[in-house]
Design a protein around this ligand. Structure first.
Ligand SMILES: *Cc1c(COP(=O)(O)O)cnc(C)c1O
Length: 295
């Protein structure tokens, strides 16, 4: 597997960032063109277990635009692992880029309706896939969190007072909390609407469940998971113009918009130094009509 081993920590300035706060982006989007961001870290221990076992194939689950499906397909191709993706919903007339590329990477795709998808972990149903290694949807699993601890194996982690990341299942956030230094704040930004169970989902993956100094911000999803609006695109375009950093519209773009609002309202004390984790996901932007984003 050819991964970029020198992931940049890129300090940036924008018009909205107060001069008393330093901000840097950990560019996990640059690890690999297809196996981007946090998904590689969530998958790596599963892929290793697959290789140690005697399985026929690796199967996993996701929607038609899923970054997890895209990353799993690409990683399995590079590692020569046969893989199948169980896709939520009827087969669409026009396949998304995600699905087309997953198929090109050799992933076998099975479409199941939303009702059966909810029962997907049902054993009888999974018997169609004998001798398979199963990676749960979204990777909410201690092995996923353990892989995400490695995200913080960067030099001079102790330079930072705050670490931030977007939140889907909370697995990445849990890994970051587990790997953060005492006294560092670890903040997550929910990409979902009203996902109140997330806090407990994260807690269940913590090595020290009583650990404090972490928090999930809710109500920062711009209307819900996958919802977009003109202001979001404008913000992502401006951020790209100012910093050269592309963001995705589901996770990192929304997190940064929330960080902008927090920074402008004084939530970060003067002297804060914020490490923002870019969790990748740029492939998802390709489902947008041309012209929405300038990158
Ligand atoms: C999957 C994903 C997340 C969410 O990660 P969790 O570990 O499920 O919270 C965040 N950002 C991007 C770009 C993703 O693709």
């Amino acid at each position: 597997m050819k991964l970029n081993n020198s992931i940049p920590v890129q300090y940036f300035n924008t018009a909205w960032l107060p001069g008393s706060i330093r901000a840097a982006m950990l560019r996990l989007d640059l690890i690999h063109p297809a196996i981007q961001g946090n998904k590689w870290f969530k998958l790596k221990h599963h892929l290793a277990l697959f290789q140690q076992g005697n399985y026929q194939q690796l199967i996993t689950f996701g929607g038609a635009y899923s970054n997890h499906i895209a990353a799993t397909a690409a990683a399995c191709r590079e590692m020569g692992i046969p893989t199948a993706g169980i896709i939520r919903g009827e087969e669409p007339k026009t396949w998304s880029h995600t699905l087309q590329e997953a198929r090109q990477a050799g992933m076998q795709l099975h479409f199941i309706d939303r009702h059966r998808y909810r029962e997907k972990m049902h054993i009888d149903w999974l018997e169609q896939f004998p001798n398979s290694y199963i990676v749960p949807e979204g990777g909410h699993h201690p092995l996923g969190a353990a892989g995400c601890e490695e995200i913080l194996s960067i030099e001079q982690l102790d330079n930072f007072s705050h670490i931030t990341c977007p939140v889907g299942t909370g697995t990445t956030l849990a890994g970051l909390i587990n790997a953060s230094l005492p006294g560092q704040y670890t903040w997550g930004y929910s990409a979902l609407k009203n996902a109140v169970s997330l806090d407990n989902d994260v807690k269940s993956l913590l090595k020290v469940p009583s650990r404090g100094n972490w928090q999930i911000f809710h109500g920062v999803s711009q209307g819900g998971y996958g919802k977009t609006n003109h202001e979001l695109f404008q913000f992502m375009n401006d951020f790209y113009t100012e910093t050269g950093i592309p963001t995705d519209m589901i996770y990192t773009g929304k997190m940064l918009m929330a960080i902008r609002d927090q920074a402008m309202s004084g939530l970060f004390p003067a002297g804060s130094s914020v490490l923002i984790i870019h969790t990748g996901g740029l492939q998802g932007n390709r489902s947008l009509p041309g012209g929405s984003l300038i990158f």
